[in-house]
Design a protein around this ligand. Structure first.
Ligand SMILES: [Fe+2]
Ligand SMILES: [Fe+2]
Length: 260
């Protein structure tokens, strides 16, 4: 994994994030949009505000591997960027005259799901959240008639696209070590986690989606398409790692990625 490129990307992007200015205009959205939108963004704000303790612990275990050299530094910068998102979202919640949340049911389910199996499973649940976040902020950017919300969404969607590439680079190295049978099993359990997360988010954010003119079913379709695109790129990259790294799949190799 080319961690140098990622360290450089996250470092440069941190400067761009610091320079970002939200428009200084009051919210004029009608009440039927403002209220559900403020609540929806507050839930995403809570989701982005984790400290990254478990990921850091997991990454410490990977650090000695030659092909993950520098990964720890890249992950620290990645977590800092997510915390920057939480800070930006908190400003947008205030702009929308909403309340920043400390606890919320769908976020609690999400955290519970993440800790069900092990840290590697936790990272997969986080990855499904990144896939959904890309669709969510993309939808806000296209459909919200408020320049502050759109400025935030434009910034975060750009960052999330890069997060997906970063996660894919890591995952392709891991999956390249799996047998075809284990790769298939991984793919199915990943789809199930993604499906579950999509259902919970679509249900919990239905009023906000409807308020900005997106039917929850339509939004679920967008999430499904984003997953298909991610998977297509992931398997192409995995095949390349196997070809270039001469990593032969091992038939009986087990994986901590697959729940027991
Ligand atoms: Fe984020
Ligand atoms: Fe992200």
């Amino acid at each position: 994994m080319n961690t140098t490129t990622w360290i450089q990307h996250f470092s440069e992007n941190a400067h761009r994030s610091d320079a970002l200015q939200l428009p200084d205009t009051p919210c004029t959205l009608p009440e039927h949009i403002r209220h559900p939108l403020a609540r929806s963004i507050a839930i995403f704000q809570l989701g982005e505000s984790g400290g990254g303790t478990r990921i850091r612990r997991y990454v410490q275990g990977m650090a000695p591997a030659q092909h993950f050299r520098g990964y720890q530094r890249a992950v620290d910068l990645f977590i800092a960027e997510e915390q920057g998102h939480a800070a930006l979202l908190a400003k947008v919640v205030t702009h929308l005259r909403g309340t920043v949340l400390k606890k919320q049911w769908s976020n609690s389910i999400f955290r519970w799901m993440r800790n069900l199996v092990n840290v590697e499973f936790n990272i997969q649940v986080l990855l499904t959240a990144e896939l959904i976040a890309e669709v969510y902020y993309g939808t806000l950017l296209l459909r919200t008639p408020d320049e502050t919300v759109r400025t935030m969404a434009r910034k975060i969607v750009r960052d999330e696209v890069k997060h997906l590439s970063f996660q894919r680079a890591f995952l392709s190295e891991r999956l390249a070590e799996f047998s075809p049978r284990m790769q298939q099993a991984w793919s199915w359990q990943f789809r199930i986690i993604h499906w579950l997360t999509t259902q919970v988010v679509a249900w919990d954010h239905a009023d906000c989606l409807r308020a900005i003119g997106v039917a929850p079913g339509q939004w679920r379709q967008r999430c499904k398409a984003a997953l298909a695109d991610f998977e297509r790129r992931l398997w192409r990259q995995t095949a390349r790692v196997q070809a270039e790294g001469f990593l032969m799949p091992q038939e009986e190799k087990s994986s901590p990625l697959i729940p027991a």
